[in-house]
Structure formats: C-alpha cells, structure tokens
Design a protein around this ligand. Structure first.
Ligand code: ADP
Ligand code: MG
Length: 684
C-alpha cells in the first residue's frame, strides 16, 4: 500500500464510508494519517469488576454470563447483557440497538469500556464500547486510545481500525523529510515513530515526543514556505532615502484636528524608515476609528514632496473612493495631482489616467485591485500602501510592490490576530500600533434585544434622524431566501420605507453596480440619505461621522470581530452613538457573544473572547488568512515551538535559500505540497 493510494484500499471501506471520509477531506492514505486525534482516553488500566469506580469510565475484561434481554422502555428498546469476571458481575446496557441481543453469546469474552453507574439497585455499564477478547491484537483497550474529531457518523472504532491499518501498512514508507541537522539540533523524533505514537501512543511520554515533532513539522513547513514567498518581496537592497521636508510638519499643524500621541509616534516611526536607506516594511495596526488614514496620507505627502509617486490600494471601491475624497480635501491647497483607479472607469478615462501615471503627472494613485490587474506603470513609484491588508493576498501585495524599484511598503489593518499567528505572518515586518482613539470619542452604547422590540427601536432611530443624524441598518442577506427569519436588504428596505416615510431610505449591497454603490455612498456621505439599509459591504473602513446609530438584524449571523468592524461605522464623530443588535436566538453561546459586544468596545478584547467561544479554527485560524489548515499545531499554545521553528527556518534559508541541496529536496517538495496553489490568497 502506498501513501498516495485511495483510502478505498483499506479493509472495510465501502462506498458509504468512502463518502464520509471524503467529506472530511480524506482521500488518500496520507490524508488519513494526518487526521489526528482530538483527544485520548487512557484505557491502559484494565480493572476487575470488584475494583470498578462508579460514575467513571472503567475498562474491564468480562464474559457474557446469560442470554441478553431486550426490554421495552417507553419508545426505546433497552438491551441488557449480564457480564462477569471472577470477582463479580454487572450489567452492560444499550439503548435503541435491539440487534445487539443476537450479537452477544454466553461465554464469549469481551473487553468493555464505559461509564459505570449504580441504578435501580444494579450496577450498570452504560453503552460501553466493546471488542472481542480473542487473543488477537486489541486496538481499543489496554492502551491509550485516540479519539478522533467529528466524523459524520463514522464510528470511533472504525476510524481507529482504518488508521491502525494504514499505519501498519505504510510503516516504513514515511520517508524522513526534515533535514538531519534540524532534527538533531531541535531534538525531534523520527517521522515513523511520531506518526505511530500520535495515533497510538505507547505511553504519555511517547505522545509528547510525537506531538512535538509533528507540531514542529507543521509550523516549520508553514513558516519556511511563507518566508520563501516573502523573500521574493522583501528587499534588503538599498532603498530610496527620502529627505525630511518641513512641509509635513506644516500640514500636521494645519489639520482640522490635533493628532493623538499614538498617531504622532507612528508617524515618527514611519518617517524614520523613510529617511533611512533601508526599505520600509511596516505594518500599522490600530482599532477601527483610530485614525489610520491620516497616517497613510502623511506618508504619501512625504513621498510626493520628495518627487516620488505614491500608491494606496483598498479592498473595495467604496473605500477607495472615500480615500480619494479625503485626500482631495486634505491636499486642497497643495499642488498635488491625485488619481482614482477602479474597475468602473470608462475605457477612455482609464487610458488617460494610465498615461498620466506613466508620465509622472499624477502624484498619488488610489485604487482597488484594478491597480494590479491593469497595466499600470509608474514613472517613479516610491511608496506603496495597502489598506485593510487582511483583505489582500501576498501575491497581490507583491504585484503592487513590483510596480516600483524597491519602494517603501506600508500595510494597515484593524484586525487583531493572536500573537503566534502575527509572528508567523508578519515576523519580518516592523509593527506600529495605534493604541489610542482620537479624543472626544464616546463609547458606542450597545444593546441586544429580540425582534419584539423592533417598534421601539424604530421610534428611537426616528428621534436620532429628527435631530439631524443618520442611521444604518445591517441585514445578512441581499434577497429573500429560504432561510426563515433571515432579513434581506431588498425586502427590508421595502418594509422600512413605509415606517420611515418622511425620510430618505436607500439600500446598498455587493451585487449592485460599482457606480450605483458609489452614488449611494456619496449621497449618504453628504447627508442626502437618512437611513441606509446595507449588507456588510460597508464593513471595512467607511467613514461617515454624522451617522450615529446602527441596527444590526440577525446579529447572531455575524462573527464578533465583524460586528465590531460594523459597529465601528458609528461613533466616528462627536455625536453620542448607538448600536442595537437584534436576535431571536436562544443559543447560549450567541447570548455570551452578544454580551461581550454590549460590554466591550475594544477590538483586541472582543477577538480574544470570540476565540474562546468559537475556537481558533473558525475565526482567527489560518483559514481567514488563506493559509493551509493547521492540523495539529495550536496557535495559542505552541508559542515555544514556534520560536524554535522561526530560528530553524531562518537558518535553513540563509544556508540554502532555494532549497537546492540534496538533503533539502524532500523538504522542498513537502513545502510545495503543503501550500499547493493556495499562496495567491494568503494575506501577509
Ligand atoms: P481607521 O483607523 O478606522 O481607518 P479613519 O482614518 O477612517 O480610521 O479615521 C476615523 C475618523 O477619525 C475620521 O473622520 C478622521 O478624520 C478622524 N480622525 C483621525 N485622527 C483624528 C484625531 N487625531 N482627532 C480627531 N479626529 C481624528
Ligand atoms: Mg481605515
């Protein structure tokens, strides 16, 4: 049997089982080996019946001592089997499995594992797992037993058997791919040993040894793969050395507001990078509304004053347009030409703009993905900025970077991520954090209610609109769907127009044409629209300080960080602002999540809680960043191993950047396989 063979080759895998395995993304024997246990049960201790502890899981070897009985209990059939050893006898009981009656024959000996209870004056082992004790190799007992993750009704026993068979049959085929010097230096166990012991540990100790190697392996493939991609973007070559210009300070003095201490600090950090002849590779992280745009603008200004061009890429047209407008007004009195490049330009205008950019008549270009899709060429690009960088892939960032000759790079994000992941993703970036909101920002008061409050909420919104404010309503869907109770933008707008007939109500969603979206956003920005019903297209970056209230329908449908981003659309000006979460869900976790939203306004705190409640895989796991799934490493717990991995990874790549050496060949293959074609979507 080969690692690349289909799991069909295994004993007992028919069409049904194959389908179920495929749903778990398991196709080959190798996939199956990487289906790691989520937990273990220690069944290494086999007890005598007289030694059993009640209310706990016990493992015993016992003989069937009488014919099994099926007893009707309400709607269910209870199957009861008396079992004994030389120290006593108890009952094994199962519900709803009447066929078991025929399965157990008196005098047959089994190993049973299950919880033992004292019930109705009897000692009962409830729904035990069992295996014939016939002197053959026993898989599920007398050892530490793996428990596998959710399995579409594949029984634990079957998975265990399949994996055991796979391991046995491929035992010597797991060819070591970690270079010997790394295994030695970091004391990592051998591949075959680790695979066997992660599934069927001989002891606790061997489990830890196996896990360490597999975690190291996984993080190492991830980190080395990422570093190789990044080395393509990163340049330690000499970069542009900008001159300090007094105009930047003038501009800061003439801003309509005073910069916060945090903003000033970050600007200084950026300035230092730009003034040095080393390339800038800086990530600016700051909660929603912390004022990242002005920082980008000042950096662009500095580039322009040095006779270089600057470019800023944003993930949506709405946002690109907004940045364009703010730069226009910020540089109103300056002699600076700004261009906006998005997919919705007419062909003629686009060609004109491209020409101007190429000839250097445009100083600053704001745009969407169009910036990298179109044949944009710059005359002298000195600074590249990506806003909301988590929405872009590394490949996209690289394409933008390559529009210049070693331009300085700035990336901005509001999305907090766990420290381990940040290190993996941004390990090579310098990080600036804006940990302060502009003064006068009031906390957005957040409430969670059920749909019976809708009338009252509408009255409240009307009061806000009457005093000149604007409002958002967020719905999860665009159009009506089969899902009961799911609010959709189009139908909702129809209904709410009747309630708010004296106000201007419009809607916005991702399926609209770019031009329409832009018109709506502009009108909302100018205050011509009072109430905007929208999907999450307004989630990133949109800034309308006069909007003071947001109503979020089906709040249970959104992730906490997404809710936080959405809520960040209000409370951006001087007005007291409100966010109302509407949900009819009774789910306990939903309630917890909503409670966090009503209590906290801090993005980092909120994401931490989200993580605790939802688990890392779903939200802040690697998936959101387009990275390959992690199967064993834990982004929260494996910090120590990560540090070693980073050291090893750097050393390896400095020795052999292209992994050309013979002893690195298998590793290179493995990395390529790990990433496959996915790298385009990775955001770093
Ligand atoms: P984000 O960090 O979410 O991108 P923005 O850059 O959009 O935030 O800024 C949000 C709002 O705060 C904008 O209206 C901006 O003009 C304003 N702002 C930024 N910095 C300050 C400051 N220091 N004082 C007052 N208002 C500020
Ligand atoms: Mg922003």
């Amino acid at each position: 049997m080969n690692l690349s063979d289909s799991v069909k080759e295994l004993k007992g895998v028919g069409e049904q089982t194959l389908k179920k395995l495929n749903r778990l993304d398991i196709y080959t024997i190798e996939d199956l080996l990487y289906h790691f246990p989520r937990d273990y049960e220690d069944r290494s201790e086999i007890k005598k019946i007289e030694e059993i502890t009640f209310n706990e899981i016990n493992t015993i070897i016992a003989q069937v001592s009488a014919l099994p009985q099926n007893i009707k209990k309400g709607n269910l059939i209870l199957t009861k089997v008396r079992i004994k050893d030389e120290t006593g006898s108890i009952f094994a009981v199962w519900y709803g499995q009447p066929y078991l009656k025929k399965h157990f024959k008196p005098n047959d000996s089994y190993i049973f594992t299950g919880k033992v209870l004292y019930k109705y004056g009897e000692i009962q082992m409830e729904s035990p797992e069992y295996e014939l004790n016939n002197g053959k190799e026993v898989l599920s007992f007398g050892r530490i037993i793996p428990v596998y993750p959710s399995t579409y009704k594949l029984s634990q026993k079957l998975i265990r058997q399949m994996i055991y068979q796979a391991i046995k049959e491929t035992k010597n085929q797991l060819t070591e791919f970690l270079p010997k010097w790394i295994r030695k230096k970091y004391q990592l166990a051998d591949y075959n040993y680790s695979m066997l012991n992660i599934h069927f540990p001989q002891s606790r100790e061997s489990f830890f040894i196996a896990r360490r190697r597999l975690v190291f392996e996984e993080l190492f493939l991830l980190q080395t793969g990422l570093l190789r991609i990044k080395n393509k973007i990163k340049n330690n070559k000499k970069a542009i050395k900008f001159e300090d210009v007094e105009e930047v300070n003038d501009l800061i003095r003439h801003l309509p507001f005073e910069l916060t201490q945090a903003q000033l600090r970050v600007i200084n950090e950026i300035k230092k990078d730009m003034l040095s002849d080393r390339s800038m590779n800086r990530l600016v992280q700051g909660d929603v509304g912390s004022g990242k745009t002005i920082i980008a603008a000042l950096a662009l200004y500095m580039a322009v004053k040095n006779n270089y061009q600057g470019v800023m890429m944003a993930p949506t047209e709405v946002l690109a347009n907004q940045h364009y407008q703010s730069l226009l007004s910020l540089f109103e009195k300056e002699n600076i030409n700004i261009g906006l490049l998005t997919g919705s330009l007419t062909k003629k205008n686009k060609e004109l703009l491209l020409k101007e950019i190429e000839e250097g008549r445009i100083d600053i270009v704001i745009g969407t993905h169009a910036l990298i899709q179109e044949k944009v060429a710059f005359k002298s690009l000195g600074l590249v900025i990506t806003d909301e960088q988590h929405r872009f892939g590394v490949e996209q960032r690289r394409l933008l970077f390559e529009k210049g000759k070693n331009p300085d790079v700035l990336v901005m994000t509001a999305t907090p991520i766990p420290r381990t992941l940040a290190l993996i993703l941004y390990g090579d970036l310098d990080i600036s954090i804006i940990d302060e909101l502009p003064p006068g920002r009031q906390k957005v008061d957040t409430y969670c209610v059920n749909t019976s409050y809708r009338e009252r909420i509408y009255r409240f919104i009307k009061k806000e609109l009457a005093s000149g404010r604007q409002a958002y309503v967020i719905c999860p869907a665009v159009e009506e769907s089969d899902i009961e109770g799911l609010q959709s933008v189009i139908q909702y707008t129809e209904q709410i127009k009747k309630v708010f007939n004296e106000y201007k109500v419009c809607f916005l969603h991702g399926k609209m044409k770019a031009k329409e979206k832009q018109e709506i956003m502009e009108a909302f920005q100018k205050g011509e629209i009072d109430l905007l019903v929208s999907t999450t297209v307004i989630e990133v970056g949109v800034n309308v300080p006069n909007a003071s209230i947001m109503l979020i329908e089906n709040a249970e449908r959104f992730g906490l960080s997404q809710l936080h981003q959405l809520r960040g659309r209000v409370g951006r000006g001087k007005h007291k602002s409100y966010c109302i979460l509407v949900t009819d869900s009774d789910n306990k976790i939903t309630k917890e999540r909503m409670k966090v939203m009503t209590k906290s306004n801090n993005g980092f705190e909120i994401s931490e809680t989200d993580l605790l409640l939802r688990g890392p895989g779903e939200f802040f796991g690697t998936r959101q960043h387009g990275l390959p799934d992690l199967k064993i490493a834990n982004l929260y717990k494996d910090m120590d191993i990560l540090k070693e991995v980073q050291e090893a990874s750097k050393e390896l790549l400095s020795l052999d950047p292209d992994l050309k050496a013979e002893e690195h060949y298998l590793l290179k293959e493995k990395i390529n396989k790990f990433f496959e074609e996915k790298t385009k979507n990775i955001s770093l």
